[in-house]
Write a protein of this length. Sequence first.
Length: 314
Amino acid sequence: MQKILVTGGAGFLGSHLCERLLRDGHDVLCVDNFYTGGKQNIAHLLGNPYFELMRHDVTFPLYVEVDRIYNLACPASPIHYQFDPVQTTKTSVHGAINMLGLAKRLKARILQASTSEVYGDPEIHPQTEDYWGRVNPVGIRACYDEGKRCAETLFFDYYRQHNLDIKVVRIFNTYGPRMHPNDGRVVSNFIVQALRGEDITIYGDGQQTRSFCYVDDMIEGFVRMMDTERGFTGPINVGNPCEFTMLQLAEEVLKQVGGRSKLAFKALPADDPKQRQPDIAMARDKLGWEPTVQLEDGLRETIAYFKRTLMVAA
Ligand code: NAD
Ligand code: UDP
Ligand code: UDP
């Protein structure tokens, strides 16, 4: 049994990770400032004697005793990270410095939740880990993209300078139960709109692509990466290589939900990447990992979740 810190543990991915680590027999410390996450995501874990919740903002120093750290704290959806962009950069950069300082003092292994956004609007397709990316440093997505890029730099400098035991995963679009209904990300938007019979908002012509990974597959990737031998740092892509256009995604959601929603075309946000698909050869090779959940099946679970939560809210 290890004592494991999960920052951002009350969020979408963090809450699934806390659950998984408890199931694996670990002692979990969840740290979150509830900026985008919520107690409802982890309420069912509060009675577990091996689970502890701490309200804390990672931009401030944190003194706790743990064996391992998963650093997930950061708003992830464009509407949330653009709401207070300075705080977003601080969370990525100051948060990384504090968690790396903590890991250094404790000699603890630390995993960073990085993102496919480090590739920006990519010129190569699919994206491999050695691609350096194409990010607009002054655009509206930069607080997130550059914050995450700088966090990666910090991780690798602590590795080179202080010999820290680091792991960096680059997460591609992930979906599943506990996404926030007002999160603004495409999967939750489409499902919520379809369930409410509202128009499905397609940004641009809907021909841009994303590759969607179901949350359980993603968490399995995190845990496998955390357990690799010391010195294997990544960065490593974790995501589902099955690529869909936003129109195809809308079609699949409508097929499953039924109802009377129509498509409504809206302006494409600035700097919106046109295509994104992970090359997961490294994950297959080093982690023996690949996604197992098809979009159709993952959407069914996610739609069922939103049906339950929207009914409670109504
Ligand atoms: P989320 O918004 O649901 O979770 C983020 C959590 O971090 C929330 O609980 C939030 O309250 C917390 N948080 C934010 N700022 C904080 C701060 N300063 N101090 C403490 N806690 C703070 O998002 P998610 O989808 O679960 O994303 C988790 C991580 O994975 C993020 O780092 C994100 O960048 C990364 N990621 C997610 C995706 C995805 O598709 N879901 C893709 C790429 C990367
Ligand atoms: N830090 C922390 N918890 C710890 C140790 C360090 O939050 O247990 C923070 C500390 O506030 C510092 C940062 O991590 O600002 C970086 O720590 P490091 O030891 O690398 O640098 P220094 O303390 O020399 O600035
Ligand atoms: N998108 C859309 N309708 C929505 C929300 C998003 O068409 O209601 C598009 C968005 O423009 C982008 C894609 O879906 O091209 C994925 O957006 P999301 O915010 O989920 O993730 P990211 O752009 O960060 O990959």
